[in-house]
Design a protein around this ligand. Structure first.
Ligand code: 13P
Ligand code: SF4
Length: 306
């Protein structure tokens, strides 16, 4: 079957839109209506006129799209597409944690469940995290959850002392400074660029740190011809497309493994995407009460990010 043709037909018939994250397979990225980072995707989800949103990404992203579109159908090609970072922060555990810091507000990274969002004062993504934190006074006490690497990066950049939840992304947290240095020795002219979910040591030596969109833009704007890329492999597809004459070296833990392919992102396939659009399932279902509560901190974020 020609999935591309069939998906395009179904999209028209059903007034559907496909939103994809940069960590999806090239095949999925190429059939999408919009590809972006978590902020771009939520902004796009907030303004679409489509009746159906197919979210080629992971559960917390599809939930975010549903929270912003209560009356629309939001589909996820594989409902098992979770996230180790979101899973590291349970709802009940965060309630207990908050009790230890009663005078703190809670800023949560968008990589968390819809239920955890209801415990948050405001949400942030990797592209607006510093702006969101700095929207509060220096005196404001803050709990930052669930990514400790992003949290400590923001603490360093802003001089804050946020209390950090002990969570991390299994893909980014596995990359080590030794893996990066090995590549730098091999390609001394290459610029090191890293996602803020990486460990602090890597962020400390990186020439540029940013969200997936920011990393992609940097590779296009910067004059360098070579880049050492410390993030998930999916982003390389757009980097190569935008910069066919530049070279990209992905940081891995071991050259023979595909350990920095996110197993959750890559569980989606073009066939699952086709089936999900055809059968209109798996569908994201959240109660009205949950949507109303989780929407408040998300809208606050979108307002500040305009
Ligand atoms: P961004 O695309 O927002 O940088 O997030 C990366 C990520 O880990 C998504 O799961
Ligand atoms: Fe979660 Fe990391 Fe996968 Fe992103 S790359 S979905 S943060 S496990």
């Amino acid at each position: 079957m020609n999935f591309k043709e069939e998906i395009n037909k179904l999209k028209k018939e059903k007034n559907a839109i496909i939103l994809a994250h940069f960590y999806q397979t090239p095949e999925i990225q190429d059939i999408s209506d919009y590809i972006g980072d978590s902020l771009g995707l939520s902004q796009e989800a907030a303004k679409t006129n489509a009746d159906i949103i197919v979210f080629a990404g992971v559960l917390f992203m599809a939930e975010t799209a549903k929270i912003l579109n209560k009356n629309k159908k939001v589909l996820l090609p594989d409902i098992e597409a979770g996230c180790s970072l979101a899973d590291s922060c349970g709802y009940e555990n965060l309630i207990e944690f908050k009790k230890l810091y009663p005078d703190h507000i809670v800023i949560t990274y968008i990589n968390c469940s819809a239920k955890v969002k209801t415990l948050s004062d405001i949400i942030c993504t990797s592209s607006n995290a510093i702006k969101i934190v700095e929207s509060f006074s220096k005196e404001q006490k803050i709990i930052f959850a669930p990514d400790k690497n992003l949290g400590s990066y923001i603490n360093n950049k802003t001089g804050r002392n946020m209390v950090l939840w002990d969570g991390s992304c299994q893909v980014h947290d596995m990359l080590t400074i030794e893996n990066v240095i090995k590549l730098k020795n091999k390609y001394p002219e290459a610029k090191i660029i890293a996602h803020p979910e990486c460990k602090g040591q890597i962020l400390g030596i990186a020439d540029f740190v940013g969200s997936t969109t920011a990393l992609l833009n940097y590779t296009t704007i910067d004059k360098s011809k070579e880049f050492i890329v410390a993030t998930e492999t999916g982003i390389i597809h757009q980097m190569k497309k935008n910069n066919p004459k530049k070279e990209f070296y992905v940081v891995t833990t071991d050259e023979s493994c595909s350990c920095n392919d996110c197993p959750y992102m890559k569980i989606n396939t073009i066939e699952k995407l086709y089936n999900c659009l055809k059968n209109e399932k798996p569908k994201i279902v959240l109660s009205d009460e949950l949507i109303e509560k989780a929407k408040k901190p998300l809208l606050k974020m979108l307002e500040i990010s305009k």
